[in-house]
Design a protein. Structure first.
Length: 512
């Protein structure tokens, strides 16, 4: 390990508590022109005397948002690390024609800073596609376009270091810094060099991992039977389409999109498709205007302030807010099924909600038998199939392994989960004077909006304001017409209706 020698004089200590936020917004740097990203071979050089202010672990949309917003704060030293060699956003689900379930304004930066050079609209401008997009009148862009936009940012924004595997994170109490050990990887994923970097603050954005239910876990590794998670669908699509009978398990948006793609590519009358779901219906996602206000900062703050038992009880009840299916997708599926019945007969498809897989096993070497139970009827059955796609969702990647050396410092709730404050910061022992913020790892404290792209820019700005101790990005006091809870809402300042001065006064998040 290449460890720099200790400094002759210890660095200045980070304050135990950040100073009270300054209501004056920080000056903005001039809009930067996109600059080439350092190659994976160029590791960041830091020392205990010149540490980073922020080190981001993982480069998905959320930490990419953080890096893009941090880029405009003068003097803030930021770097992000990812073991992949390029940005990848759900590549197995970039099915032709599928769209985001949030408007294009939910890009990496717009809802915190619409003047940023890293907006989706600026991406279109650099590609000379702004007018085609204008005439297309699209509010929800295709997933492949969002992926291309994020890759454009990741290839242009400095301070992103791909091909870096994080091995360990420690707190050094003598230097009041986090030490990060990493392995630099070559294009084949082999170790190329070891290194260490120092930082005052960490932001973990390690994302989620595909979830495979226990009854099906032994089948996933069977080489002769394609049992895959929907995250890998496009990689195995041709092989799956060649199977005689196909089963899709899962009632969310991914399951619906996979089922629709398979249906459109199977011969009429010989579809041989099963679609199974645990939910009592193939239900539409909540998409009413007031319903969507549960994905606002107002609701996030309300949810965070609820008692822990109430939060635990509430989360499963909100499944239709994020696990339902877009109405347009349900319409497309029904239209396709109806079209196939125009000349008499029914398509060879079975769509059954309200069932779960009890057990599963192989039949011979090329087939799978699924043992099913219907929750409401209490009946059991079995089906034999040649391929299975598991649209069974994702789970937060645990940070315990990554933060194993810091475990004694992490304060936990009654379910042994990390406690996380309103600024998305782990509650740590006061001996640790740096901060660890998390992105998409705080559903238990911040609610169903945690993985939502529409809150990415707001959360990144909240984290940056907490780290800098000032309103680097002024945020709105109110974001919803709904009043969540009975506590009085801060009254907005009266508007100046005179002609003497109509400048907008920047606002901050209310202090809780």
């Amino acid at each position: 390990m290449n460890t720099p020698p200790p400094p002759q004089n210890p660095p200045d200590h980070t304050p135990a508590t950040p100073p009270r936020p300054d209501t004056t917004p920080a000056p903005r740097a001039a809009l930067p022109a996109p600059t080439p990203q350092p190659s994976p071979q160029e590791s960041p050089q830091t020392t205990p005397d010149q540490p980073l202010d922020i080190a981001g672990i993982g480069i998905g949309p959320f930490n990419l948002s953080l890096a893009a917003l941090a880029h405009r704060i003068p003097g803030l030293r930021t770097a992000c690390y990812d073991q992949n060699h390029t940005f990848r956003w759900h590549p197995g689900l970039l099915i032709d024609g599928t769209t985001l379930q949030v408007p294009f304004l939910a890009d990496l930066v717009t809802l915190a800073d619409p003047t940023s050079p890293w907006t989706f609209l600026n991406y279109l401008k650099t590609r000379e596609r702004l007018y085609p997009f204008y005439f297309a009148e699209r509010f929800h862009i295709q997933r492949a376009e969002y992926d291309a936009y994020c890759r454009w940012v990741s290839q242009s924004l400095p301070g992103l270091h791909f091909g870096h595997q994080i091995d360990a994170i420690r707190w050094n109490p003598e230097r009041n810094l986090f030490e990060i050990d990493f392995t630099q990887l070559d294009t084949d994923g082999e170790a190329e060099a070891l290194g260490r970097t120092y930082t005052r603050n960490l932001v973990l954005g390690v994302g989620t991992a595909p979830h495979v239910p226990d009854p099906l876990r032994p089948l996933v590794d069977a080489p002769t039977v394609p049992v895959i998670h929907s995250a890998d669908y496009l990689d195995h699509r041709e092989r799956i389409l060649a199977a005689e009978h196909i089963t899709v398990i899962g009632s969310g948006q991914s399951g619906a999109e996979v089922f629709l793609d398979l249906l459109r590519n199977r011969p009429t009358g010989r579809e041989k498709l099963h679609w199974l779901a645990r939910t009592p219906a193939f239900a539409p996602m909540e998409y009413s205007k007031l319903g969507l206000e549960q994905f606002t900062p107002d609701y996030t703050r309300y949810f965070h302030a609820l008692p822990e038992p109430v939060r635990n009880q509430l989360l499963p009840q909100q499944w239709q807010l994020h696990k339902g299916i877009a109405t347009e997708t349900l319409t497309d599926i029904h239209d396709e099924l109806y079209r196939r019945s125009l000349h008499g007969g029914w398509p060879d498809t079975v769509l059954t909600p309200g069932v779960f897989v009890r057990t599963a096993g192989r039949v011979g070497t090329t087939r799978v038998e699924l043992h099913l139970e219907h929750a409401q009827q209490g009946t059991r059955s079995r089906i034999t199939t040649d391929a299975v796609i598991l649209a069974t969702g994702y789970r937060e990647r645990p940070v315990d392994t990554l933060l194993a050396a810091l475990d004694p410092y992490i304060r936990r709730d009654h379910s042994d989960r990390p406690r996380i404050d309103e600024n998305h910061r782990l509650v740590l022992d006061p001996l640790v004077r740096g901060a660890i913020h998390v992105q998409n790892a705080e559903r238990h404290t911040h609610g169903i909006g945690t993985p939502d792209l529409g809150l990415a820019a707001w959360r990144s700005a909240t984290i940056l304001n907490a780290i800098t101790g000032k309103a680097a990005y002024p945020l709105p006091e109110r974001t919803a017409f709904t009043t969540f809870g009975l506590e009085p809402r801060p009254q907005p300042r009266p508007r100046n209706t005179g002609s003497e001065d109509r400048r907008t006064i920047p606002r901050q998040l209310p202090v809780h």
